[in-house]
Structures are given as structure tokens and as C-alpha cells.
Design a protein around this ligand. Structure first.
Ligand SMILES: C[S@@+](CC[C@H](N)C(=O)[O-])C[C@H]1O[C@@H](n2cnc3c(N)ncnc32)[C@H](O)[C@@H]1O
Length: 212
């Protein structure tokens, strides 16, 4: 997904309530670069993800596929659009990689993951539902679980109606710091050419549950 999301699209601007299924059917998916994110590949080469990993809003599954190919035990790619999952399943996928159809914000069935990987899912969620996104990440992770990935900060989009929604690092800290201990926020990451300077890499750990 790019800041020019709607301009690149040959469909009308869809607003926050994007019909993702229609976009995949129309082949109108400018966010799909046909490859895993370069910053993810760099992280996996340096420090592979082990255990069970969830990728919400996985689209065609390029990131989930790369995580599986680098040795994660089980990887689940989750998406709300059946056509995205059809696209994902059509690839040659490593053992242990599974694609599931569900709404990440409301699903209750995907639990106990060691890591959740984010890439262009959060920026697709209307800002009013971001707390649901954070709660979903926390729900899917076990204690000490890792939330990591690429935040599409998209500083040039002032719109609160049209994705990809701007999500600054101030927003990230405000949203996540209650439930997560932020370990890394880094600009200047390897990325696709047109996204330079518009993303950040984050890593954070879910805090142990307290009774307070
Ligand atoms: C901009 S696309 C990015 C897809 C993929 N991460 C990529 O980089 O190619 C956003 C994806 O999130 C999915 N999505 C949006 N809302 C969702 C939700 N509530 N639960 C699960 N998936 C969702 C869409 O269907 C779409 O595939």
C-alpha cells in the first residue's frame, strides 16, 4: 500500500470501509509488491522468527511465506478477503503455513502465538478501530509474545477517511505502550523504492498480565 493508494487505484476512492474483496477481484492491489517486505527479509536473515507466527491482513501471503521459509514452526496468514487467500494459496507454500479467513479485529479463535507480524494491516484499519487492533494483537499473543514489523507511518496522508491512514510513532507509542514494552522503533529501513522514508520498524513485547 502506498500513500497514493487511491490515486494508483483504478477504482473510486473507497474510504475507510474499503471493499477488500472487490479490490482483489478487480486486481486493484497496488500494495502487493509480489515479494516479502525487504526489512522483514533482513530481520529473518539476521535473526529468524521461531515458534508460531501470525500475520494479520496477510493479503497474498508474501510475508507469511518468507517467515515460514526461514524456519518458523507454524505460520498463520489471516485475512478478511477470500480472494486474497485464494491468491495466497495458489503459491507454493512451505509446510506449516496455513491461511485462515477471519476478521482480525473480532476473531477469538487465534491464540497462543509467539509473534505477530505487521505490514500494511494497521494502516488499513480506520483510526477509530485501532484500539481493537491492539487488543487483537495482545489476545493472539502469549505472555512475552513479540509484536514486530513494518509500520506504514504515511506522514503525507492527513485524511481520516481514506486509507492508508497516517500512523505516526507518537500514535504507536500511545496505542501500544500500556500492553507492550517497546524495544525498538527504527526509521531508515530497507524498503520498496516508493516507500522510502514512510515506514518504521518496530519490535515490542507483550507485558506480563497483572491483576492491578
Ligand atoms: C493494504 S492490504 C495489505 C496486504 C498485505 N499485508 C500486503 O502487504 O500485501 C490490507 C489487507 O488487510 C486485510 N484486512 C483489512 N481489514 C482486515 C481485518 N479486519 N481482518 C483481517 N484482514 C483485514 C485486507 O483484506 C487486505 O488484504
Amino acid at each position: 500500500m502506498d500513500g497514493s493508494f487511491n490515486m494508483e487505484s483504478h477504482l473510486e476512492a473507497a474510504g475507510g470501509g474499503v471493499d477488500w474483496e472487490a479490490r482483489y477481484h478487480a486486481g486493484d492491489t497496488p500494495w502487493d509488491k509480489g515479494a516479502a517486505h525487504p526489512a522483514l527479509l533482513e530481520r529473518l536473515t539476521r535473526n529468524p522468527l521461531e515458534g508460531d507466527v501470525l500475520v494479520p491482513g496477510c493479503g497474498a501471503g508474501h510475508d507469511a511465506r518468507a517467515i515460514g521459509a526461514h524456519g518458523a514452526r507454524n505460520v498463520v496468514g489471516l485475512d478478511i478477503a477470500p480472494a486474497a487467500l485464494n491468491r495466497a494459496r495458489a503459491f507454493s507454500n512451505p509446510a506449516g503455513l496455513e491461511f485462515r479467513l477471519d476478521d482480525f479485529l473480532t476473531a477469538r479463535a487465534h491464540l497462543g502465538f509467539d509473534a505477530v507480524f505487521e505490514h500494511t494491516c494497521l494502516c488499513a484499519i480506520p483510526p477509530a478501530r485501532r484500539r481493537d487492533y491492539v487488543a487483537a494483537v495482545a489476545r493472539c499473543l502469549g505472555n512475552g509474545g513479540l509484536f514486530l514489523g513494518v509500520i506504514f507511518t504515511n506522514p503525507d496522508n492527513p485524511s481520516i477517511d481514506t486509507p492508508p491512514f497516517r500512523c505516526g510513532l507518537d500514535d504507536i507509542e500511545e496505542l501500544f505502550s500500556g500492553l507492550f514494552e517497546i524495544q525498538e522503533i527504527r526509521h531508515g529501513i530497507p524498503t520498496f523504492p516508493e516507500r522510502t522514508g514512510r515506514e518504521a520498524w518496530v519490535e515490542m513485547r507483550k507485558r506480563p498480565r497483572t491483576n492491578a
